[in-house]
Design a protein around this ligand. Structure first.
Ligand SMILES: [Zn+2]
Ligand SMILES: [Zn+2]
Length: 401
């Protein structure tokens, strides 16, 4: 297939996205106006599945055992080419609404689906759109993967809004930990010697983690809060509780860090004569495995719409975690950041929430859709690129000979 032909397909996809501009932007604003938290994204689920249904996709609502997840397959029964998955996130943040701009992720994913669908048959391409709830804690994608979401998927793609165009961000592995200490209640003035102080246990455990933090790798992060510290000053606290996020560069370095954190926390129990119990919250988020082959394609297609994509190496401050990491460990994936806010506007702020429905935010919806669709078109037109991306993933995961 000639390069001209691929360009023609991309132009056709662009035209399709342009024809649906108003629908895409009103959907983005609609989701923004109905912020919904993890696993409660009923409105976003309904408007997205309604749109995909209207546009001829075979929609499964409440997919993979999650009420607010969906899968929407493009009906191309005779197609045999790469099966590309577009990922839509749509959960919001408590108190801040769409301060992570997931309304842009959802609508650019839908727009990419409409654009790519217009040329899929001609290119023998297969396309599925996944609605993945609860990215901001809850790990919807991880649970969906267990139920078979990625079976038969060749490549997974999404864009995430930010204040810059980057090929990815530093998405490291994270595991949430809940810890409880049990002591013995006693009158704090009359009989303190009869008590065992669970608050002291938690404080000492916290301080032990603080000491540990000096001696962990630079990219590792451990942060916690007290969620129960006793009831009243005149009662020796017999119960205390903490929540922690433990983060490390990769799932394997995280596994090495976890017992060190637990040992530090347990020291508080030992010192005070209390008991400690803990629970790792399932699922953990894996680190994002980037794919140079796919990131390169994305960057080229972003240049088509006038965006210069920089390497995440230029943005070390862009550190966080995403359940797209779990996806990226199974199939070659991209999670580029698309500029949707003025430079210097951090995600998870009120300013970013405002940007997510500004002109810049709207432009990111359209440009993101065009770029993702063009990348799918490249993969359909040249399936050997998918094979190269899969080889790179195996190499990155150390599964190659
Ligand atoms: Zn976020
Ligand atoms: Zn986000």
């Amino acid at each position: 297939m000639s390069a001209d032909t691929i360009d023609d397909h991309k132009a056709r996809s662009d035209a399709e996205i342009e024809a649906h501009r108003d629908e895409l932007l009103s959907l983005s604003h609609d989701i923004w106006n109905h912020p919904e938290l993890c696993y409660a994204e009923a409105h976003a689920h309904d408007v997205l599945t309604g749109a995909l249904d209207r546009h001829g996709f075979r929609v499964e609502r409440g997919a993979f055992g999650l009420e607010t997840a969906f899968a929407a397959e493009l009906e191309t029964p005779r197609a045999n080419g790469p099966r590309v998955a577009l990922i839509c996130e749509y959960d919001a943040l408590p108190g801040l609404g769409h301060a992570c701009g997931h309304n842009i992720i959802a609508s650019s994913g839908l727009g990419a689906a409409l654009g790519a669908a217009a040329v899929a048959s001609a290119l023998d391409g297969r396309l599925v759109v996944f609605g993945t709830p609860a990215e901001e804690g809850g790990g919807g994608k991880a649970l969906m993967i267990r139920e078979g979401m990625l079976d038969g998927v060749d490549v997974a793609m999404m864009v995430h809004p930010a204040d810059a165009d980057l090929d990815a961000f530093w998405a490291i592995a994270i595991h949430e930990l809940h810890v409880e200490y049990s002591g013995i209640a006693a009158h704090a003035a009359a009989a303190p010697h009869k008590g065992r102080n669970a608050l002291d246990a938690a404080v000492l455990g916290y301080m032990a983690v603080a000491a540990l933090r000096q001696h962990i790798a630079p990219h590792e992060r451990i942060h916690g809060v007290f969620t129960d510290g006793g009831d009243k000053p005149n009662i020796v606290p017999h119960h205390s509780a903490m929540q922690w996020y433990v983060r490390s560069g990769t799932r394997s370095t995280l596994a090495e860090l976890e017992p060190r954190v637990l040992a530090a926390l347990r020291s508080g129990a030992i010192a005070t004569g209390c008991e400690m119990s803990h629970r790792w919250i399932d699922p953990a988020y894996d680190d994002l495995v980037t794919n140079q082959h796919l990131d390169g394609l994305y960057a080229k297609n972003a240049a088509r719409v006038g965006r210069t994509v920089r390497s995440r190496d230029a943005a070390p401050e862009f550190l966080g975690s995403t359940d797209m990491g779990n996806v990226s460990q199974v199939v070659p994936s991209i999670h580029p950041m698309i500029a949707a806010a003025p430079s210097g506007t951090s995600i998870h702020t009120e300013a970013f929430a405002a940007a997510a429905v500004s002109d810049l935010g709207d432009l990111a919806v359209i440009d993101g859709a065009r770029t993702l669709a063009a990348t799918a078109i490249d993969l359909w037109a040249r399936p050997e690129l998918v094979a190269e991306a899969k080889t790179e993933l195996r190499r990155r995961l150390g599964h190659d000979s």
